[in-house]
Ligand binder design. Structure first.
Ligand SMILES: [Zn+2]
Length: 410
């Protein structure tokens, strides 16, 4: 039976969202969290974009060093040979890609002005995939943008052509969040049965069904006989109403009445750091977690009304579907209420020693300490926020990569 894998797109779809962004150091920390969580692959950025280049190359170095392992880092490009050329020029060691091209008649007409026929789209895609492998790619997935509004027969033809040229997966993009769980299930099952290529779900939340469509699309793929890959973002951040929420997808696979016994929960996933990750992402994005957010909202395990409070206290299963401990919640958090030393771009050596001392990080000598302090100052210029514990750890442990990640030369 087919398996489910997660491909997180926070560092691509999440950061391309209107008014939402992450500094390159923050994107790196997101990759580290995804790796710890057991996510299969992170779509870590745009390898044809000049300001991403140092970040992308440094993160691939972290893979070589075994710091990010076993998670794969994959770049998003358009399925055109020009992007493939540029990607390998800027990021020579890149091994994994998703290549995207629109497939709906609506977009062929309204986006490309009728310049490309359905046949041209398939040819562009095949040329790009072929060149990608020639240049040294190990895995390539092909994205059908607006797949949910694409004629099913053409989508099958497209997927078949992708398979023939060696693509590992086809990404079914519900770009506008237009599908419903039943429809996406049927469509994915049909594509899987007819093509036998692994399928990716990429669902948006415009109708509030991104998680529901993702898990049901995945079930369709599996029932059709292939593996399913689900695209997620942390806290559901993404274009417009967002993408499928990472934690929502995992909890749906693990606890929903119809899926919990279907063995669809991905192997190697550990949820114990998800609470910490969700809070870090909220801080880095500068976007509060809604109180009613699945699993990590302030109210996710709160009870006030008489009947609910009484019931939850008697037995948590009365009103709690899963345990907060599983998500890494439950510890009392200490908040400094007196003096607080933070580090930033104007910090001096004493304050710096105080902060790192609390993290129990020691330096070999004063020279090393001074070097790290200098990097920490730059990191603060870079993120424009007081640095977090894991950012400080990262800089102290991987100063060379930190320096590269923060370097942008216009
Ligand atoms: Zn998207």
């Amino acid at each position: 039976m087919g398996k489910v894998y997660l491909i997180d797109v926070t560092n691509r779809d999440g950061v391309q969202t209107s008014r939402i962004g992450l500094a390159k150091l923050e994107k790196t920390i997101v990759n580290m969290y995804l790796n710890d969580l057991g996510v299969y692959q992170s779509e870590f950025g745009f390898p044809f974009t000049t300001h991403e280049v140092n970040y992308l190359n440094a993160n691939l170095e972290l893979v070589e060093m075994g710091v990010i392992k076993p998670m794969k880092l994959e770049g998003w490009i358009r399925a055109i040979t020009k992007d493939v050329e540029t990607a390998f020029k800027f990021v020579p060691k890149i091994k994994h890609f998703n290549m995207s091209i629109s497939t709906s008649d609506l977009m062929l007409e309204a986006k490309f002005g009728g310049k490309f026929s359905r046949k041209d789209i398939i040819k562009n895609m095949q040329d790009a995939v072929k060149l990608g492998y020639e240049k040294g790619a190990e895995t390539i997935g092909v994205n059908a943008e607006d797949a949910s509004r694409t004629d099913l027969n053409y989508l099958i033809e497209f997927a078949q052509a992708a398979k023939e040229i060696g693509a590992k997966r086809v990404r079914y993009c519900d770009t506008l969040g237009a599908d419903d769980p039943q429809t996406i299930y049927e469509r994915l099952k049909t594509i899987a049965q007819k093509t036998k290529i692994d399928l990716e779900m990429h669902c948006h939340n415009d109708l509030g069904m991104a998680v529901a469509c993702s898990v049901m699309g995945a079930k369709g793929a599996i029932d059709g006989g292939v593996d399913a890959y689900i695209n997620t973002t942390i806290n559901g951040i993404g274009e417009r109403a967002g993408n499928a929420d990472l934690l929502g997808v995992l909890l749906a696979l693990k606890y929903s009445s119809g899926l919990k016994d279907k063995k669809m929960f991905p192997e190697n996933i550990t949820l114990s750091k998800i609470w910490e990750f969700a809070k870090y992402a909220s801080y880095a994005f500068g976007i509060p977690i809604p109180v009613n957010q699945v699993g990590v909202g302030d109210n996710a395990f709160a009870h006030e009304s008489g009947i609910h409070a009484d019931g939850a206290l008697k037995n948590r299963r009365n009103y709690e579907l899963y345990d907060y401990e599983e998500l890494g919640r439950g510890e009392t958090e200490l908040v400094e209420s007196g003096r607080m030393i933070t580090v930033g771009e104007y910090s001096g050596i004493k304050g710096f020693a105080n902060v790192y001392g609390k993290l129990e990080i020691e330096f070999k000598n004063d020279k090393e300490a001074a070097e790290i302090l200098e990097l920490v100052r730059y990191a603060n210029v870079h993120t424009q926020k007081p640095l977090t514990k894991n950012e400080l750890f990262f800089i102290a442990r991987y100063p060379k990569q930190a320096r590269q990640i923060m370097t942008v030369s216009p």
